[in-house]
Ligand binder design. Structure first.
Ligand code: FES
Length: 94
């Protein structure tokens, strides 16, 4: 099991590792918003405040969007592209 903490609403959930963040967020109440779920809209932009090494590598499409939306933030990710491998803490970036 891994722990995910949502800084925005101070909620914490425990889930099985190696699940996509979209599947997790569909199943558990949380503070994240999704749009396209395909690295195209940026709605799900987050900052991983702890445990960024515990998320799957950035995809090419995700990198293109991050370069536009958060080029100066190495902790930024698109939640819809993330598979959770270990404990993380995050907050929405709006
Ligand atoms: S939901 Fe559109 S980029 Fe993630």
């Amino acid at each position: 099991m891994v722990t995910i903490h949502f800084e925005d609403d101070h909620s914490t959930i425990e889930v099985k590792a190696n699940q996509s963040l979209t599947d997790i967020c569909d199943e558990y109440p949380n503070s994240l918003l999704f749009g396209c779920r395909d690295a195209a809209c940026g709605t799900c932009l987050i900052e991983v405040t702890s445990g960024i090494e515990n998320i799957s590598p950035v995809t090419e499409n995700e990198r293109d969007m991050l370069d536009v939306m958060a080029e100066d933030n190495p902790r930024a990710r698109l939640a819809c592209q993330c598979v959770v491998l270990g404990d993380i803490r995050m907050r929405a970036l709006k």
